[in-house]
Design a protein around this ligand. Structure first.
Ligand code: HEC
Length: 147
């Protein structure tokens, strides 16, 4: 028992130190990875939904993963992660409330798409796709440096 407890404590300590060690560089790398997954899932969903790819069985899992990432967007920009190899504009940390609204819009739109796909209603899915893209673009236009 004691051994189980001490290894649990060790695990917690390790987990805590990992969480505290997030450098700006890691935060940037992580948010780019999550952003890339969203683009990937949207591409997959669009290809399946349009009938180009016969992978209907995976449509919902792509939508679930997209919604999970959409839920996380607002947490991907910790203070201090605006310097380094990043296209994130300083404005993000100057008007955090407005920025969080854009993050919430992506969360809501991706959740809506997931629910539409869950329902199987094709018209609802078609309708829910555009707001997702709009929510990405809305935030990028204001807060992401253009190439
Ligand atoms: C609330 C703001 C916001 C929302 C919403 C948002 N993004 Fe982003 N996105 C950013 C910012 C800022 C960057 C630049 C990040 C960086 O370079 O550190 C970015 C970067 C990216 C990148 C480039 C990542 C890389 O490797 O450099 C992709 C791809 C991307 N976003 C896709 C999406 C998709 C798809 C959506 C919608 C489902 C979305 N984003 C929603 C703010 C947002």
């Amino acid at each position: 028992m004691r051994r189980i407890i001490s290894s649990a404590v060790l695990f917690l300590l390790a987990a805590t130190s990992v969480a505290q060690a997030a450098t700006p560089e890691d935060s940037i790398k992580y948010r780019k990875a999550v952003m890339e997954t969203m683009a990937g899932h949207i591409a997959a969903i669009t290809m399946i939904f349009s009938g180009k790819i016969d992978a209907q069985a995976y449509l919902l899992s792509h939508a679930e993963a997209l919604a999970a990432a959409g839920d996380e967007v607002g947490k991907l920009f910790p203070a201090g992660s605006g310097v380094g190899k990043t296209e994130a504009l300083p404005l993000i940390w100057q008007e955090t409330e407005r920025f969080q609204k854009d993050a919430d819009a992506a969360k809501a739109a991706t959740a809506q798409l997931r629910d539409a796909i869950k329902s199987g209603d094709k018209a609802a899915i078609g309708k829910a796709l555009k707001p997702v893209g709009d929510s990405c673009k809305g935030c990028h236009d204001r807060y992401r440096q253009e190439d």
